[in-house]
Design a binder for this molecule. Structure first.
Ligand SMILES: NC(=O)c1ccc[n+]([C@@H]2O[C@H](COP(=O)([O-])OP(=O)(O)OC[C@H]3O[C@@H](n4cnc5c(N)ncnc54)[C@H](OP(=O)(O)O)[C@@H]3O)[C@@H](O)[C@H]2O)c1
Length: 293
């Protein structure tokens, strides 16, 4: 990341997978944001285990001591970044006012520049690679996925809107450096692309039944949500984009994923600063390609 992604960044679901990698790349960047806030269900546990590998022998582990870091740029200038791990179960809406207060105190009068709705779920069962076959689908499993992947991001945007608006009033070009919401979505939520992917899978026979009804429907709704929010709040200087992270090697993407978390996130962080007013409300792939709905 050559330039700072944004002054302040809030990311949900940061204890593993893509969210953890986002935190790692932000706090170890040579141009880190002023404030990085990661939320997860059990931050104390994450701080003690995932984030706090004291010896940090490999590049992928986060060392908490490096998080409250002071970076030397040349001999004089120093960059300070503050990292906060806050508790949030994204579907616990009662806790949102408390979270807004904590985030507001951390970001200060400049407001929140970038909210990344990353936390998400997908049901799995042994008979197919992803998801649950229709014959075994229960209403509550469908509703759970819809709630985590669609309702929760909407509720977080609703609560964080005053902090995002504060950042937007500072002015400047529309984009992630000013005030933006990035919804981590999927091409499987695109009516056009999911059909093409499904067809390709059927032809190659390597990945059968790749589609998960719950996840694809929830991401299609998230895509529409992104578009509606952009239409409603774009004129206030806010940007909303849905990002497809690729098929990534995480617990959700499985080890069959085509790219690593490092590749997905480094490309997303290169793409995000290139997005501008014309991208408001669009679905964009991690490599910057605009995807059809
Ligand atoms: N991997 C892929 O190939 C792929 C492809 C397309 C889109 N995506 C999207 O990318 C995002 C991240 O996925 P991933 O691959 O990193 O998945 P992952 O490894 O399974 O991680 C999911 C993260 O979401 C968190 N989460 C789930 N429910 C939550 C809740 N109620 N409250 C708070 N946190 C919650 C999990 O926390 P816990 O540890 O507490 O469960 C975990 O940190 C998701 O939105 C996913 O749909 C992934």
């Amino acid at each position: 990341m050559a330039d700072m992604l944004a002054g302040s960044v809030l990311i949900t679901g940061c204890n593993r997978g893509l969210g953890l990698e986002m935190i790692r790349q932000l706090v170890t960047s040579s141009t880190p944001p002023r404030v990085v806030i990661g939320t997860c269900r059990k931050p104390d546990e994450a701080l003690q285990t995932t984030y706090c590998k004291e010896t940090a022998p490999d590049e992928t582990s986060l060392n908490l001591k490096r998080l409250a870091k002071v970076q030397q740029i040349g001999s004089q200038n120093q960059i300070y970044t503050e990292f906060l791990a806050l508790e949030s179960n994204v579907v616990d809406y009662k806790s949102l006012p408390g979270l807004v207060e904590e985030v507001g105190a951390a970001v200060g009068p400049q407001g929140l520049n970038l909210l990344i709705n990353n936390a998400g779920i997908m049901d799995k069962c042994s008979s197919q690679m992803f998801g649950i076959p229709l014959e075994h689908l229960e209403p509550h499993t469908f509703s759970n996925v819809m709630e985590t992947n669609t309702t929760a991001p909407l509720m977080l945007v609703k609560e964080m809107l005053p902090l995002l608006r504060k950042a937007a009033t500072v002015g400047g070009a529309i984009g992630v450096r000013r005030a933006a919401v990035v919804n981590i979505s999927s091409i499987m939520g695109s009516m056009v692309v999911s059909r093409i992917v499904r067809k390709a899978c059927d032809v190659s026979c390597t990945v059968r039944k790749v589609c998960d009804v719950n996840c694809t429907v929830s991401k299609a709704a998230l895509n529409m949500l992104t578009k509606i929010l952009a239409m409603n709040f774009g004129d206030e200087g806010l940007m909303f984009v849905a990002i497809h992270p690729g098929w990534v090697q995480t617990d959700m993407g499985t080890s069959s994923g085509m790219i690593t978390t490092q590749e997905s996130i480094s490309r997303i962080f290169k793409t995000l600063p290139t997005l501008m007013e014309k991208h408001n409300g669009l679905l964009v792939s991690y490599d910057g390609t605009v995807m059809p709905w």
